[in-house]
Design a protein around this ligand. Structure first.
Ligand code: GLU
Length: 484
């Protein structure tokens, strides 16, 4: 029976590393007909917040990673952890500790260099009844420490292979703090036992915690689950992900116009290769996922790859699927008109279909749509310099405009045929006219096919813009001067 969990601490947002941990647990559960549990590890009251929990849940919902049980909030289970700590004390596997951090520090300082042990000195392990009563009467806070047994701890990490650690390198760690709150080790093991977790799949940053947790399983008389640790995602500089390189909330990727499926494909293709580079459906990813395919090495965050995948997905989607997303972007850019959802809908869908081929994010749509929506466009000065300065255009463009004027049907086919004929008659390359038209109609040296663009812009807009050759030249000149 496969049971896995994602157990974020709401002390920060859902970043890309946590999203990958969650996704891989989800994939593992779905590919084994297992159960996926969401557990919020919010026992660190000072650093956790309800907003962070809400943000994490919102991020998971956006990604479409649904859970079968939970969310379980650890903060609602504190009595259980206390009971479990008590159980270990009663069995002689843990003990009460009255030491203050200052006292521990003081003693450690004194014994420094005296031996190679560095951890807690077990001062409270064998306190006399008298000492105990004295400490109690002083009103000292009582922690519970785990009595780490001697011996080696061995386990096979499903990604990293065999791991062995001598317990002499582990100090008697705290299970319950003086304030009665459990430490991460206690709550995580109690809950994983309680939820019958069969595989703990989490980030590499927890690899050093696993031996301690295995000892706790043994102390509770429970069989440890399997463990697998995912290598940390690094930035392009091979360092920990910084904000600049994707170390941001998953919801920010949403706000930057990325789509959940592209984001999930990115996470998958960063850590294992499901096959050729393309967008896979979630079902395909579930079918192809296997823990032993996941790489041991740290994947590197590559924004270009994410953009590329997102662009692929956008171009695969239909206007029907894209229009609600594009609509939202247009609304926030103040470009939305209700007619786009009514009488102009066929035209609007056609525009989406044209623009989707070159849009890497949903946020790119409003800017790309601008030439179709406004009267005045701006001109890219370098593009003007390159494509609009040829003097032949002064006579060619009015001729071509006249040709267009006579067209009954301003369609891609007719526009292209007319343009090529005129170029041939005048003995110039069609490219001269194509580049010039692109600059005049769109204002940029790159755009979707100019014939499609002109059809979509319509005859009237196109002719008006063709008439602005000298304005475009002047405006670009002015802009160039400003930059000097
Ligand atoms: N709460 C821990 C974290 O957010 C994860 C615990 C675990 O997966 O064992 O890093």
């Amino acid at each position: 029976m496969v049971r896995v969990r994602f157990a974020p601490s709401p002390t920060g947002f859902l970043h890309i590393g946590a999203a990958r941990t969650c996704f891989f647990n989800w994939l593992y559960a779905r590919s084994h007909n297992g159960t996926f549990i969401l557990r919020i590890e919010d026992t660190d009251v000072a650093r956790s917040s309800a907003e962070m929990s809400e943000g994490i849940i919102q991020g998971l919902r956006w990604l479409g990673l649904d859970w079968d049980e939970g969310p379980v909030f650890q903060s609602q289970r504190l009595p259980l952890y206390r009971l479990k700590a008590k159980e270990l004390v009663e069995k002689g596997l843990a003990y009460t500790c009255y030491c203050t951090p200052e006292e521990i520090q003081e003693r450690t300082k004194k014994t420094e260099g005296a031996g190679d042990f560095w951890g807690y000195d077990r001062f409270c392990l064998e306190l006399s009844e008298k000492q105990r009563l004295r400490f109690d009467s002083e009103g000292r806070a009582k922690a519970v420490r785990f009595l780490v047994p001697d011996g080696a701890i061995r386990y096979t990490d499903r990604i990293h292979g065999d791991i062995s650690i001598d317990s002499k390198n582990i100090e008697d760690f705290v299970l319950l703090r003086g304030d009665g709150l459990p430490t991460y080790h206690l709550s995580v093991v109690v809950d994983d036992i309680d939820s019958q977790i069969s595989l703990v799949l989490r980030g590499d940053d927890h690899i050093s915690n696993t031996p301690k947790q295995i000892l706790l399983y043994q102390a509770f008389g429970a069989k440890p689950p399997k463990f697998a640790h995912l290598a940390l995602i690094l930035g392009p500089d091979k360092k920990k992900l910084s904000k600049r390189h994707g170390g941001i909330s998953v919801l920010e990727f949403r706000d930057h116009g990325y789509l959940p499926l592209a984001f999930l494909n990115f996470l998958a293709q960063m850590s294992w290769s499901p096959g050729e580079e393309k967008i896979y459906t979630l079902e395909e990813l579930v079918g192809r996922f296997a823990l032993n395919k996941v790489s041991k090495g740290s994947p590197v965050f590559d924004l270009y790859k994410l953009e590329w995948l997102n662009g692929r997905l956008i171009s695969n989607l239909s206007a029907l699927e894209l229009s609600p997303l594009v609509r939202k972007e247009m609304q926030s850019a103040n470009l939305w008109q209700e007619t786009f959802a009514a009488e102009q809908k066929p035209w609007f869908d056609k525009m989406i279909n044209l623009l989707k081929e070159r849009s890497r994010t949903i946020c790119a749509f409003p800017k790309a749509a601008l030439p179709f929506l406004v009267d005045e466009i701006t001109y890219d000065p370098a593009g003007v310099e390159k494509h609009l300065m040829d003097e032949r255009l002064d006579t060619l463009l009015p001729l071509l405009a006249k040709d267009f004027q006579t067209l009954d049907e301003f369609s891609v086919l007719e526009i292209e045929r007319t343009l090529r004929r005129r170029a041939e008659e005048e003995g110039v390359k069609a490219a001269l006219l194509i580049h010039a038209l692109r600059m005049l109609v769109v204002g940029e040296p790159v755009s979707p096919s100019i014939f499609d663009v002109m059809e979509l812009a319509g005859k009237e807009k196109t002719l008006k813009r063709m008439n602005r050759l000298s304005d475009a030249r002047k405006l670009a000149e002015k802009k160039g001067e400003e930059h000097e």
